[in-house]
Design a protein around this ligand. Sequence first.
Ligand code: ZN
Length: 387
Amino acid sequence: MGLADQIDELRLIDHHVHSVLSGPIGAAEFELLCTESDQPAPTGTSQLDSQLGFAIRRWCGPVLGLDPGIRSAQDYLAHRNSLPDGYTARTLLQAAGCDQLLVDTGYTANGSLSLAELGEVSGAQVTEVVRLESVAEQVALAGPDAGAFAGRFAEALWQQSASAAAVKSIVAYRAGLDVDPDRPSPREVTEAAGRWLREVAHAGQARLTDRVLLRHVLWAGIDRGLPVQLHTGFGDPDLRLQRSDPALASDFLAVTRTAGTPVVLLHCYPYHRQAGYLAQAYPHVYFDVGLALNYTGARAAAIVAEALELAPFGKLLYSSDAYGLPELVYLGARLWRRAVTEVLGGWVAEGHWTGPDASRVAAMVGRENAERLYRLPPAVAGRARQQ
Ligand SMILES: [Zn+2]
């Protein structure tokens, strides 16, 4: 079997993905799910006139029975919404060829499938990734004393992550990755919790932005021992891009190096070369370029090639970072398979790599690195593969 076929048939582990909507989706909502912006496109423009919009039509259209040359996004949308109930989501999710999905439950489009439904519709094993800040916000809403906050949070985190694959931090969004890397003292945590809990009681809602508490929950994630996924790089405009460069987390990575907990840098683009360096420099650092592959469409191969410049091949992971649209789960896999085939196949054709090395690295990045990092049972993958 040639490299392209091997990569096409490789069952992937999507280590960072969100749940999706299974029913028809209106044009305005579909557009908003195709951008990291929280605003509609300016009059006279469309979010679908983009690498992502074109890639959806080109690669998802044929899976749903459309001609690959379909001209308009409106025709695509009308077709995907006219299919029998649940067909679009089921077909796209299954065509992605993933046998495990690690699902970030901290941020989900309204009306998305539950984890059990996602598992049923996709045919994949679904495992949760628990967001640290969300757990802290739930604890704060329960109104503990400031002195009890840290203990309650630790308890809730252990309880909620009992069967999770990983925990995740969005400190890049809430404070920036240049936050003080050290663990705050218990006294600092109690004082900060006192301030925050008074605000929460007053406002009736909780959004964790306090820098001391953000550091506390991040360190609690390190203490928990499951891999800590760290959002880096681009994302919605809640973040400041210049403060999400993973290189800003270098001091944090240096002080957590001996903790025994892996740190997984998510997204990374446009700082994926920095991430590749960090993955080389620190034994506990892993990364992905998920999200970027969907958003860069026809340019995805360039990003895969750059991600493989400095990074040891055992440190890069596959993800779609799909959110809301089942199209994005399929497209992430499709673009990854094409990009990896083009990049690794190119290196083989140029005489840099051997064919067997290319196949081996594709399998490492597509699934084996995730299996090892998250301690996923290979037996589950084997069973799913035979179905
Ligand atoms: Zn993400």
